[in-house]
Design a protein around this ligand. Structure first.
Ligand SMILES: Nc1ncnc2c1ncn2[C@@H]1O[C@H](COP(=O)(O)OP(=O)(O)OP(=O)(O)O)[C@@H](O)[C@H]1O
Ligand SMILES: Nc1ncnc2c1ncn2[C@@H]1O[C@H](COP(=O)(O)OP(=O)(O)OP(=O)(O)O)[C@@H](O)[C@H]1O
Ligand SMILES: [Mg+2]
Ligand SMILES: [Mg+2]
Lengths: 568, 568
């Protein structure tokens, strides 16, 4: 007989830590550094604080050969974490604050906990977290993970007086700095390039100090949470939006009746049914949805508060215009007919059947105006006033499919994104590569599966570029991606270009920098090292590269002509 | 204030389905095929049934252009799934039967549920599962997933009479056969190569039928579950083994006393303390551990059953040789001294402090004999008789570290593995490539992180090989890996070889087939497409390739000499 088991998500990632980038001591040391540094930068970004990140890696015993235990500490000047959330944030997998639709480096609720898990299973030491949210008191936690149950075990919790806000996390883990060192230094350097407003210091195990002071003193505008873009939104997301906008019929008990009295300003008077309806009409604009529904029900029952407290609503059959209730006085079920012409019937229809398709589209998605909503309804073959709560499963699938195929939605609102910008990218690439030729491009915002994204890229040629053959620097949400380029969408696009068409064949001294920003980067691995080839992203990258490659080709032609002229 | 949330594992994989290989319609169709075919093969393998797998992909509307909905059905003649497990197996993520230490294609408890999830969010249609475990009755389920709660929703459950065992699963999903078709056909073909005892048929959307009958009629020996190999076992695994081998002091209530009486054959007699001890000594070998512990406690309390039922054990302080109990008669706490020379003291020590280090090693790991255990204890600097339950955290970390560094463990027991074998691999490669040169090699079993693995490879050159440049066919646990070769450990090793040293530079007509079998393949992605560069695996691959490349070099030299002779 087969024995079945359910495992917790921390148990899953413990068994399969290669999925999260913890496959060997060298890679694990690198990934742990990344996870903590990215958390510090995210925290500062979200609160508009110019980040100061301090990274320290020290060997426990400098004399031993690699791989061996290291103490890794990352300290930031961010907002810290509230005391009640610290153990869960670091001790539970799939727990975090970055699940909303907003650009951030983190997205899984996994990274910090994985680094701590790896430290614990290789050295059996707890993590030390120090957090101050008010700049006066620091909470110090020593935690272990209960990997099977996915919860933290608090070994120690003390406090201390401090003078600054921020968070520091320190783990002991088995690493290999001899192999990971150059990748870690590259990571820190490339991070400072794409985050010119952050200051980063790195004390390495050999006693070397690397320092990357800020290059600019202005923060990018912090991204804001936005509604999804309609393009590519799948059925599950639509279904949840509908459930969100639908509404339960409230229970009409004494508490509810009291609330309705109070909101109508009728606290102690027991007005007649007609008087109540008059008052409700006057105050309609100020009434909450719950109260409006109760008024609507009362309008069909034709009862005042006294009578209302003696019945209980049993069933509301809106399509058949019947309202069933239990009369406590007569101990029997009764029903009333509802007049479909009444405005109160419309109120109940909205409540149980959801809003119209066009209202749903304009309220739930970003940048869908009334005329676009109507145009879309026609395209999809729905009546614009169709109630979203009455859609069959078939109709929902068709709605999602039409959202993918409709061409006329406005491009996404990019206030949820924080790209670097063409000028800073150009400035950074000029400073870094000192090339003979440089072009940069930021494409306008696009979307995949409802997620807005922006592609920005640069191509540099010649000058002080020392590498031969195309070298690609990949970034996603301001994170440098240094591993697994072989299965990344950017490399796929770069390799599919016929570079000889642009006069750059052979092994040209060519550098390509690519940055993808999105409310959700479609990583292929939980270690965030390579991006999946979503068709919309692939297309944007291709268009960007082709545009810039044509400019390169013009430059190469001119240069070729100049050299030919010289020879003559 | 930051808002924190916990998400379920199905919610995690819904949001991040790129991690599981569901990034676009073409890739998703491929991955869904894989997940179901691999489940069918695993099920047949585990029960020694020669597999018959039937794969059908039909477009819902043949006229529409890709991407569009397809119905994907996979049917097998395996053991089926018990009725009570069907909804959870397919409707819950991280639920499965393959978490034990045994070679299998599946390992995450994720694949089938992900394919069903992808179908549901793209077409809103439920999955239909038909399962018969007895060859008489078939259970038919229609399921939807509650993605936020990670549980199934049973829409329909009916039964039907049948005449064969097996399982069939059918989903409707948005796919792109125009892009995925050739990859799917490659997958089926390559699967039949590595699984010559399986018969696979494939009916494609264009009406084409592909059939791969079995080439041999003998099943490989089904792999068995084994104990972990000591090499590379981490602290968390050791800790769990210790907890497993440690034992709670049983509660001594009337039920327990009755059990002890019964096992001693003293059911109704109330013997004296001395008589009970005599009887226990005689029957010691047949007594269970629980009963032995109770006898040991009684030996120190010097009580018969009558007196024993009037006390309750409060605490057992083995190192300080004290036993504390509550006397109901006197309503007071009392204690007795335990004689450390008594054999019963030893029994209690084993129970609370675990066994000795050497006993632990020989019982918990595979292939560690008593002399190896003692040698290891010396190497690690522990007394061989040290009680495993008394190790400090520091000592546990040191134990794990020593398990990684000790060279003298025997290689792993490979009965948990099911490699193809050199002869079948050679036969398959000859048939497939008809090369001028062919060499195959199966390395002996090795281990990483406690998991045994075997590498088997083959190199073929010339003859009817039509590709130019090194073409690598990668397999892991009899699964063909067709994507993401750029970040796979096999490609990393192949690319680090200087092929010109072996006279195979330029674009030689060279094919390399690689198969890694393990109780746990360290995949980099939950889509199981590429293998992480664990150092032990990388080393085995490198040694295998170098060994075979030298043979290739001899062949190339001879051929070079033969051609030179011809010219002269
Ligand atoms: N330095 C920090 N300052 C403030 N909050 C932090 C810091 N580090 C972690 N956190 C909080 O802890 C949570 C969990 O962090 P963790 O790295 O595990 O997940 P994440 O960053 O949300 O996602 P990902 O797994 O993609 O990194 C974060 O969501 C964040 O709220
Ligand atoms: N065709 C089948 N016949 C018998 N049992 C099956 C079949 N398909 C699935 N199962 C059972 O359902 C469980 C869940 O399958 P699922 O594919 O989700 O996970 P898995 O195969 O265990 O791991 P993985 O995610 O790596 O594929 C399996 O562990 C197996 O017990
Ligand atoms: Mg993080
Ligand atoms: Mg499976």
């Amino acid at each position: 007989k087969e024995k079945f088991n359910q495992i917790s998500p921390s148990e899953f990632f413990y068994r399969n830590r290669d999925l999260a980038g913890f496959s060997n001591p060298s890679r694990s040391l690198y990934t742990a550094v990344r996870e903590f540094v990215e958390n510090g930068l995210d925290a500062c970004d979200s609160k508009g604080i110019l980040p100061d990140i301090h990274l320290t890696i020290k060997a426990v015993d400098q004399e031993k050969p690699d791989p061996k235990p290291y103490i890794l500490t990352v300290k930031d000047n961010g907002p810290g974490i509230e005391t009640k959330h610290v153990p869960l944030a670091f001790g539970t997998v799939l727990y975090g604050s970055k699940f909303g639709l907003k650009q951030a480096r983190g997205m899984f609720g996994l990274g910090a906990t994985m680094a701590i898990l790896y430290g614990q299973i290789t050295t059996n030491k707890p993590v030390t977290v120090k957090s101050s949210t008010d700049g006066k008191t620091m909470e110090i936690f020593e935690l272990l993970l209960d990997i099977q149950k996915n919860k933290p075990v608090i070994l120690k919790h003390t406090t201390k007086d401090v003078s600054k806000k921020g968070l520091s996390v320190s783990i002991c883990l088995e690493g290999d700095y001899s192999k990971a060192g150059s990748k870690i230094r590259d990571y820190v350097y490339q991070t400072s390039l794409i985050t010119p407003y952050a200051s980063i210091t790195f004390d390495d195990p050999k006693g070397e100090k690397y320092s990357y002071p800020r290059m600019i003193n202005t923060m990018p505008k912090p991204p804001t949470i936005i509604r999804p873009h309609p393009y590519g939104t799948d059925v599950e997301t639509i279904r949840r939006m509908i459930v969100d906008s639908q509404f339960e019929i409230p229970t009409i008990d004494d508490i509810m009746i009291e609330k309705v009295r109070k909101d109508l300003g009728l606290s102690k008077k027991n007005l007649s049914f007609t008087a109540i309806m008059e008052k409700a009409k006057k105050k309609w604009k100020t009434l909450s949805r719950q109260v409006r529904v109760v008024i609507a029900l009362m309008s069909f029952l034709k009862m005042d508060f006294e009578k209302l407290s003696k019945i209980r609503i049993e069933d509301l059959d809106v399509p058949n215009k019947k309202l069933f209730y239990w009369d406590f006085g007569d101990s029997t079920s009764k029903s009333v007919e509802m007049d479909p012409e009444s405005q109160y019937y419309k109120q109940l229809t909205n409540t149980t059947q959801g809003e119209t398709l066009t209202a749903f589209l304009t309220k739930k998605f970003q940048r869908v105006g009334p005329s676009t909503a109507i145009k879309f309804a026609e395209f999809a073959g729905f009546k614009p006033e169709k109630r979203i709560g009455t859609m069959t499963n078939q109709e929902l699938a068709h709605l999602s499919d039409s959202l993918q195929k409709f061409d006329d939605f406005m491009g996404p609102d990019s206030s949820c994104l924080a790209p670097l910008g063409e000028a800073p990218l150009e400035k950074g690439m000029t400073k870094f590569f000192k090339p003979d030729f440089l072009t940069v491009l930021q494409r306008s915002a696009s979307a995949y599966s409802g997620f807005p994204f922006i592609v920005e890229m640069g191509i540099a040629y010649g000058g002080e570029i020392s590498t031969r053959g195309i070298k690609v620097y990949r970034y996603a949400n301001r994170i440098p991606l240094l591993y697994d380029e072989g299965s990344d969408v950017v490399m796929k696009v770069v390799n599919e270009i016929d570079w000889s068409r642009y006069k750059a064949k052979g092994d040209p001294p060519l550098v390509i920098v690519s940055h993808i920003c999105s409310t959700r980067i479609p990583y292929k691995t939980a270690g965030k090292e390579n991006v999946a080839d979503r068709p919309e992203i692939e297309r944007e990258l291709k268009l960007a590269i082709q545009f810039m490659a044509r400019k390169l080709s013009v430059f190469m032609n001119k240069r070729g002509q100049a050299e030919a002229a010289k020879k003559r």
